[in-house]
Design a protein around this ligand. Structure first.
Ligand SMILES: [Zn+2]
Ligand SMILES: [Zn+2]
Ligand SMILES: [Zn+2]
Length: 148
């Protein structure tokens, strides 16, 4: 049962991330996200990293209340947020932007599709008119094999 909570929260987080990216990062939070849209990815740390802290705080609060109260399920909600954060970091920061050269370029069709979609997101340097705000779920067309 608790596994399902974690899984459900993980999936929900993609939706929350999509909305946050579209309406907060590309909205009133643009001043924090702006440096992530600079070409060439020149910084080791970005202001954009602040969003990891924004999501880490509720997750840690949920761990706390899930551990010290009878509402154990809260812990598993926090776990879903944490897992999503890790997945997001690995896919977005490591795999796509190569901030850390942990793995070589992959030939996995799903991961290549994610890269392609996120490149489209970064094509736009500005705040408006970006596309592909999702991270782990992107439109189907990006997974199709390119026509020869
Ligand atoms: Zn963006
Ligand atoms: Zn900058
Ligand atoms: Zn990016």
């Amino acid at each position: 049962m608790f596994v399902l909570i974690t899984l459900g929260v993980f999936l929900l987080m993609e939706g929350i991330t999509w909305c946050t990216h579209k309406y907060v990062m590309h909205g009133f939070g643009w001043f924090l996200h702006e440096d992530h849209h600079e070409p060439g990815y020149p910084h080791v740390f970005e202001k954009n990293d602040a969003f990891f802290i924004v999501f880490a705080i509720p997750s840690m609060a949920l761990f706390y209340f899930g551990t010290y109260t009878a509402h154990t399920y809260l812990f598993f909600i926090g776990l879903g947020i944490l897992f999503y954060g890790i997945a997001y970091f690995l896919v977005h920061d490591v795999l796509i932007h190569q901030r850390f050269k942990w793995f070589k370029r992959t030939n996995n069709r799903y991961l290549k599709g994610l890269r392609k979609a996120h490149k489209i997101h970064h094509k736009n340097m500005g705040k408006e008119d970006s596309q592909c705000f999702g991270m782990l779920f992107v439109p189907f067309k990006y997974f199709k094999k390119p026509k020869a």
